[in-house]
Design a protein around this ligand. Structure first.
Ligand code: NAD
Ligand code: UDP
Length: 360
């Protein structure tokens, strides 16, 4: 019985695959490698000493995805696959709605067809919109303010309707706060395309000398030092949260939403200082205007995940920065420079992480 991991080659997916394999789960990955490299999965194999099947399939390709269900005994699904850049979603809303919503429709149809009704879905704190009411609990109003966040909000609604139509479903909606950090091995981490939008990859690229200086968006917020405050969570803690969510969907029917964060807020300046201390590198910065749509403060109420999932984040800000730095320093150009991406992503190919042979 396998766990199907959609988007398993991506940042959070690859770290979750490590944790799943470490506790003995059989894993099947589906990814179209649009925003990831096969190399990340090869390294998941290296870290765990385990092999697993990987399909280069787009979720929009129903036929390709059906092959995954027919060739494997899938018991549950962790659904990471999706586009995730807020700015891009504002410029290309149709693409975002099509990819994230249609991908989820195709997946759920096939889950239904194959009698697989246990699902852990990657939602996001962006569903809460720009609220400054902190800490944010799961029953705070849902009011996403950009197309990306709306895809998460709409998918949450669709999954609730799915459960209403058939109470056999068991669905966990995980609302991530700000995932950062990397696996302690330094082998896998976040590998953004182009210039990073998010704070941590930006800081680490300044520290490694790829970017000159960080622009800090706003210095006049009503926060401890005037800069924006967020709830940063180590990606390995986040990955472990998925294992707890998976246990939850085994044991309980229904739809449940959980915040995954630390419950603590750090400002941009605090993150810069923590990163300088962890890396021993200077991070130059300059203050610029506020970024449109940014909340001043955002951090989670994490009591529901603690009480109902038995999960709490264990790693602090220093470990987050040290692990980010180890990954960045060892892989200044991400996965690409170390090994070429081995496959084309225009056509469905099946690969095995055992040997990474590619065949049509
Ligand atoms: P990522 O881009 O690294 O991983 C997503 C993976 O999905 C990529 O490997 C991509 O190639 C794949 N993918 C996208 N569309 C696909 C499709 N149609 N078919 C098959 N594969 C497809 O992103 P991540 O940071 O690992 O995020 C994983 C999930 O968590 C996403 O759904 C994202 O929206 C959500 N999330 C991420 C963050 C964050 O800050 N990283 C925060 C909140 C929520
Ligand atoms: N931020 C910044 N400069 C950057 C990127 C981000 O000052 O180049 C700030 C941003 O305004 C916010 C915090 O860092 O206060 C976290 O931003 P990120 O985009 O990583 O996460 P999000 O805003 O989506 O929570």
């Amino acid at each position: 019985m396998a766990v199907l991991v959609t988007g398993g080659a991506g940042y959070i997916g690859s770290h979750t695959c490590v944790e799943l394999l470490n506790v003995g789960h059989e894993v099947v990955v589906v990814d179209n490698f649009f925003n990831s490299k096969l190399e990340s999965l090869k390294r998941v194999s290296d870290i765990t000493g385990k092999t697993f099947k990987t399909y280069n399939v787009d979720l929009l390709n129903q036929e390709g995805l059906e092959r995954v269900f027919s060739e494997n005994t899938i018991e549950s699904v962790i659904h990471f696959a999706g586009l995730k850049a807020v700015g891009e979603s504002v410029s290309f809303p149709l693409w975002y709605y099509h990819n994230n919503l249609t991908g989820t429709f195709v997946l759920c149809e096939l889950m239904k067809k194959y009698g697989v009704k246990k699902l852990v879905f990657s939602s996001s704190a962006t569903v809460y919109g720009s609220t400054d009411q902190v800490p944010i609990s799961e029953d705070a109003p849902i009011a996403a303010v950009n197309p990306y966040g709306k895809t998460k909000q709409i998918i949450e609604e669709i999954l609730r309707d799915l459960y209403i139509s058939d109470e056999g479903w068991s669905i966990t909606l995980l609302r991530y706060f700000n995932p950062i950090g990397a696996h302690e091995s330094g082998l896998i981490g976040e590998d953004p395309n182009g210039i990073p939008n998010n704070l941590m990859p930006y800081i680490s690229q300044v520290a490694v000398g790829k970017l000159q200086s960080l622009n800090i968006f706003g210095s006049d917020y009503s926060t401890k030092d005037g800069t924006g405050v967020r709830d940063y969570i180590h990606v390995v803690d986040l990955a472990k949260g998925h294992l707890k969510a998976l246990e939850k969907v085994q044991s309980l029917k229904g739809v449940n939403a959980y915040n995954l964060g630390t419950g603590k807020g750090y400002s941009v300046l605090e993150m810069v200082k923590a990163f300088e201390a962890a890396s021993g590198k200077k991070v130059s910065y300059a203050f610029t205007d506020r970024r449109l749509g940014d909340a001043a403060i955002c951090f989670a109420d994490v009591s529901k995940a603690k009480n109902e999932l038995g999960w709490v984040a264990a790693k602090g800000i220093n470990e987050m920065c040290q692990d980010t730095w180890r990954w960045q320093k060892n892989n200044p150009d991400g996965y690409v420079k170390n090994h070429d991406n081995l496959i084309e992503h225009d056509f469905p190919v099946r690969t095995s992480a055992a040997d990474f042979l590619v065949s049509n």
